[in-house]
Design a protein around this ligand. Sequence first.
Ligand SMILES: Cc1ncc(COP(=O)(O)O)c(C=O)c1O
Length: 394
Amino acid sequence: MDKKNQHFETKAVRIQSETSQHREHSVPIYATSSFVFQDAEQARALFADEEEGNIYTRFSNPNNNEFVDKLCALEETEDGVATASGMSAMFISMAAFLRSGDHILASRSLFGSTHQILTQLFPRWGITHTYVNVHAPLEVWERNIQANTKMIFVETPSNPGLDLIDLEALGKLSRQHNIIFNVDNCFATPYLQNPARWGAHIVTHSATKFIDGQGRAIGGAVLGTKALMQEVRFLARHTGPALSPFNGWILSKSLETLAVRMEKHCEHALALSEFLENHEEVIHVNYPFLPSHPQYTLAKKQMRLGGGLVTFELKGGVERGKRFLNALKMLSFTANLGDTRTIATHPASTTHSKLSDEERAAVGITPGLVRISVGLEHLEDIKTDLVQAIEHSR
Ligand SMILES: Cc1ncc(COP(=O)(O)O)c(C=O)c1O
């Protein structure tokens, strides 16, 4: 059977580390800091990169290799590096290529810590950035490219606005201008969207979200061409944001069920968004696969399904949002997403409370906006809790 032509689900289940002499069916956890050399010649060859193999877990480990091999197959990329968190993945995917005097062009709707890297950390090292609003047409992206622009960085769908970026358009633009195009694909996962197909050179992940999918482990990955990953691997090897083998094992196991979990997350999220769209206390619902989403056509083009997140604007602004969260009985109120458990958050009073109204509006956060990471409980139970919390927060 030609393994290259296997389906997504088969690759996610069947790509495995080599079986040991114990003939185990499920891959064990390689809890070891280092690997033994057979002799001096092998040690020399491994360090000289003449022979492939594990030396030290900060560089590589069978569990982390398996996790990355699977992700590369699912994202259609050549090579990758596993990292201790999504943020270390974001950081090294940029820091490996940017030098003092370089410029990065990014979508304004970025995860908070990525925003801190661009606005607080990189300026210390002489790296500047320009933000482009998520709804800006392609001409605005092109107009903001400078002679020193080395990278375009985006997230799509964005958090929490669920706005989309046209991956094909930016993929073409970055190639025309010889700029590295880096996409944080954490919200979509490789099951829903493959940025490399549309021209992304680098695909980054927080594996902490839907890839783990059960709220247990922090991890991340940087994926791309062999040539680019050499630079990323060099930085990772010598600065040490290595994934623990235990988390590598969890995350690789999680990929085995990614397709079935994402199907269910998306089925629930679509049903819930259709239901909320008809609720009298709800002003507006945002979900990429709702025909009312302003970028519905683009969503259908570049995503397989609409994703596991839904946002909606409740009547009554910030105070109503807070009352709604306090009235929830089953849904979790926690700083994560992509879990089996449904999670509700109110960005205006929590994650984005320090921004001005204008800054919040620029990234799609209205006062009563509630974000739901739709889980895998029975849909009727999720709905029941949402409806009672909407009623009790009036
Ligand atoms: C879009 C996005 N990128 C990156 C991250 C950072 O990932 P981690 O928490 O695994 O470091 C997150 C996490 O919340 C995220 O939502």
